[in-house]
Design a protein. Sequence first.
Length: 595
Amino acid sequence: MSLKHVLQPFNAWVQAFSKPYTIPMKDTMRPGADRYRGWHINDVEKCVGCGTCADICQNAAIDMVPVKDPVKGDSGLRPKIDYGRCCWCALCVDVCTTGSLGMSNEYTWVEKDPEKCRYTPGVDAKPWDGSEKGWRQEEGFSLIVKDRVPMPMLDPKERIKTWAEVVVGYSVEEARKEAARCVSCGLCVAACPAHMHIPDYIGAIRDGDFEKALDFIYDNNPMPEMCGKVCTRRCEGVCSVGIQGEPLAIRWLKRFATEQFEDFAKVLHPEVKRVGEGKKVAVVGGGPSGVTVAYYLAVRGFEVTIYEALPQLGGATFFGIPKYRFPMPSLEKQVDLLKKAGVKIVTDHRVEKDEFRRLLEENDALFFGTGLMKPYKLGVPGEDLEGVIYALDLLRDHHVGKKVEVGESVVVVGGGNVAIDASRVSRRLGAEVTIAYRRRREDMPADDEEIEDAEAEGIELVTQSIPLRVEKLENGKLDFIWGPAEMVPPDRPGGRPKPKLIEGVENHLQVDRVIVAIGQKGEFEWMPEEVAEKVVTSRGWVEVDETGMTQWPGIFAGGDLVNSTADAISAIADGLKAVEGIQQFTLEGLSVSKS
């Protein structure tokens, strides 16, 4: 051992007599840098409780705790931080989908109670809540990919010359790239009427396991390819990724998964519960709600027969959605799976009163979902003139192959998806098309994407236009006369502004056809009077209980007759509810609701 090593420990004593280098904190405070990562802050009104911060935390320092009742697009949960675990890395801030989470530049906090070092920012008041300095998401930077992968589509000028499908579809690479944007927050599941397993099937697409994705999809949706093409996608409306960027293309990803297989039966592995063997169920109406009931009951062993008045199953998705949005092969794939599941299908068959009574006697339960097939009239002079037609009739006739003539010019009255479909079909039939809608563009119930596609195809949109009358001209054309409207405040809280006719002003539009698309209602002439009196309300709706059963024991209903949303996914949700209700009724003797 050297002399240096012997003396070195004694050299340290020299420091005992030196002036200290430390600064007493009570006398001098050094503020943190402007971007210092101090204690967390959160704008709880901006936060939607997606839980992405908790998922990314490598130290399990964040728990999601309930602070309010869940609402559409908000789980009601908020992050609670455990500072015994937190390492102040700020990944939670950088990944926040809303930008609500931040970190103050405050770094001093003395507490004797360690439990107080677990708190919910923005809920548990802290001195630094109003701090403007600290770590925030930088503008233009996020760990979340904000832009969706564009969907390839046919050029508008070319697509109006053909009935080919407008949407081309994702490639495998594009689909997996888009699926990778999902943060698996689950807000979409709550928003979906059928509560589909959206993060699960998107995760499977991201991983390249398309069979697994299809299994997740078919667990509670028997018409996924249809939904993947025409769904109203309420799930995308609450997508947390879409708050600061574009929502995930959930609909297109579902479409992609279903298009990977020609025969669903070869790759699906449904959970088979043969609980209903020996039980018979009749389904009147082969729309989305009826197909849902039939498929999932058949998988459970029930003997199911569908009776459909039209040549093909699908209801409004068959005759109301044009081929350029939903080609027939897509529907046929789903119907083929229904047959392979054991469902008996009777098409071109309208059930009338006596047969309804017989079906009720011969089956253990009966479900009907016959939709809204009776169009509303305009209620103006001249609407009975030749050349004034209804959108549903136009779409149905064209779909079943009947010759449809719309002439050179058309006005479509209405602002929903049916109006848009009728206008785009007319455009492909060679007509110049104008859509007349009585409210503003932002009030139109049609899908924004469909409106944009219609305009791209050269269809003119005239808003705040109220029909006054229709007259026949000497040249054989129709004179569609309308008046401009001003928007006035709603007459009830939460209502929409109302259109009010500006008196004394008339506008004229000469056309070959006036196509009416202002909504539909139920038609019950086929139903026995004693049943209709009990299940149909005075306003023309069918009331059901929480199991989907009407006030007539053993008769269940769903779809547009029951709910006012008028979309396929809500009809599927009604069917899923009725499946459970029918099983309870037939196997457990569920009694009729008293509510």
